[in-house]
Design a protein around this ligand. Structure first.
Ligand code: TNX
Length: 520
């Protein structure tokens, strides 16, 4: 009895410090161990890197300490003293990165890749953000961390067609994605409401197609110039984020069709001029020119062609004699076959540019080549679509509306925002999402590239609203895609997350506070 109560007592004593047994990092690293004595970073600490290839990472670390902590850390390429931060590129590290903090040997981040070094830097910055600054020192707890992501696709999609947010907001989102080690920014740049990417060969796309948004069809044209896109791509690359543009086709094309009606395939009463024309050769030449310009701007060699919801507005195809002729000559049985034919031809244009085609799950049966396509499963209410993708051996990104659409609200009593059939996406539901909730046979697991959250913006009329829907769910998404399911724990995540809210506040982010929900 005595030993028993002693045992209970020791558990009780240990409990309050439980959180400290995990590093204050989101997403939680895969393995970690803590020493006793911290290492102090001061204004005179130096950064030293082992290989010229790491110069950009060293500058990034320097820039962050300067802007966030007002510490002007120096940079050295030669061997530094013991009190340094070392960045070491080393083939022998098999994890994504290792971060070692030692009271006398200083801080070492090692990895076989620059991306791994960057992730190690992010972990260090997060530890520094949670360490008290006293007497000019930031005491970093002496963690030994080995870390690697569970999935290689950790994505976030922003729709800037329905509402346009602009370069500064996109850069801020990229900052936060980097802070959570998210690595794919899917940029939905075209849709019915507005065309947001300048195309030199077809200037009216931006100048006329860029007019309007979901709040005001006459809002002055807003779009990204090619110079701005290059700047954003560079900014993302510095943060190890790939940008994937989406040029949605053959549906969701109304804005483009306002600019160049000669390529319109018509629409329906509810969705007028919704499609590109699938039976005119000129359409394919036109769209291929657009893709060639997009390819030159985005270095990742991946373009998302949409392919979603074509049936919303392809009614005119039924009566168009050119479409009928195409169906006869190509042996296409129905309009879905026309859609697939269209996408396959556009995929060929992408392959000629050495690109991979990305598209929504509507394309699961289109017969796209498995080695050059990635499809996005978004229709949570159609699990058979996911099964089709897997049966057809298609590489898949998991982004079901429930729970990964961030245009759906976080709490039941929100007055604005989406909630369909009583469904919405609270933080915990997002956090606890994992592959184990889906039917994915072990033999097909390698087809799953990872996870992505999508922020559609029909209802997102301004920045504060964007923030409110994105934060803090972005942090939960990070742990869905990075941390092994067996190590996830919502209670522990909540403890770490609480300490990120002041960071959002400092950054001027209008976040949803899950710990004080009634206030909203
Ligand atoms: C479906 S997801 C769409 C979007 C909407 C979204 C709203 C997808 C491929 N298409 O056009 O914005 O639902 O949640």
């Amino acid at each position: 009895m005595k030993t028993y109560s002693f045992f209970l007592l020791s558990i009780l004593i240990c409990l309050p410090s439980f959180g400290q047994n995990r590093p204050e990092i989101i997403p939680l690293p895969t393995s970690y161990d803590k020493g006793e004595v911290p290492f102090p970073i001061t204004a005179t600490t130096k950064i030293q890197y082992s290989n010229k290839l790491l110069q950009e990472e060293a500058y990034f670390l320097q820039k962050m300490f300067l802007s966030q902590k007002a510490f002007p850390l120096g940079i050295e390429t030669s061997e530094g003293s013991a009190s340094d931060i070392h960045l070491v590129l080393s083939e022998s590290v098999s994890d994504d990165y290792q971060l070692s903090i030692h009271p006398s040997r200083g801080i070492t981040i090692s990895s076989a890749t620059e991306t791994g070094i960057f992730h190690g830097i992010i972990s260090l910055l997060q530890l520094a953000d949670q360490a008290p600054l006293s007497e000019g020192r930031i005491n970093i707890p002496s963690w030994q961390i080995s870390d690697r992501p569970a999935y290689r696709w950790r994505g976030f999609m922003l729709d800037e067609s329905r509402h346009f947010f602009g370069m500064e907001k996109v850069k801020s989102l990229l900052d936060w994605m980097a802070y959570y080690k998210l690595n794919k920014f899917h940029w939905h740049l075209t849709d019915a409401q507005g065309w947001r990417i300048a195309i030199n060969g077809y200037p009216k796309l931006a100048l006329i197609g860029g007019i309007g948004d979901n709040s005001d069809p006459n809002a002055p044209a807003r779009y990204y110039t090619q110079a701005e896109i290059k700047e954003i791509v560079r900014y993302a690359a510095e943060r190890k984020i790939d940008i994937i543009p989406e040029i949605d086709m053959p549906g969701h094309a109304t804005a483009a069709n306002r600019a160049y009606p000669e390529f319109s395939g018509g629409g329906s009463e509810k969705y007028p001029a919704f499609t590109f024309h699938p039976a005119k050769e000129e359409t394919y030449a036109y769209l291929s020119t657009i893709l060639r310009e997009a390819d030159a701007l985005f270095p990742e060699q991946m373009i998302h062609l949409g392919g979603d919801e074509v049936s919303f507005g392809n009614q005119q195809w039924k009566t168009d004699p050119h479409v009928q002729q195409l169906m006869d000559s190509q042996g296409l049985e129905d309009l879905k076959a026309v859609e697939d034919y269209f996408m396959k031809r556009m995929a060929d244009s992408l392959f000629a540019l050495n690109n991979t085609i990305l598209a929504w799950d509507e394309m699961a049966d289109a017969g796209l080549p498995t080695d050059r396509s990635v499809l996005f499963w978004w229709r949570h209410d159609q699990p058979q679509q996911l099964q089709k993708l897997l049966e057809n051996n298609i590489q898949t990104v998991i982004c079901p509306r429930i729970p990964l659409y961030f245009d759906f609200v976080q709490q039941d009593n929100d007055r604005y925002g989406r909630k369909w059939g009583g469904n919405f996406n609270p933080l915990q539901r997002v956090y606890e999402f994992s592959l184990s909730q889906l039917e994915v046979p072990a033999s097909k697991r390698s087809l799953i590239l990872g996870f992505q959250a999508n922020l559609w913006t029909e209802t997102v009329t301004h920045e504060a609203r964007l923030d409110y829907l994105t934060f803090p769910r972005l942090a939960a998404l990070a742990e869905v895609a990075w941390t092994p399911t067996s190590q996830k724990d919502f209670g522990d995540f909540s403890n770490r997350l609480k300490k990120h809210l002041p960071l959002y506040q400092q950054a001027g982010i209008y976040f949803f506070d899950p710990f004080d929900a009634d206030k909203h």
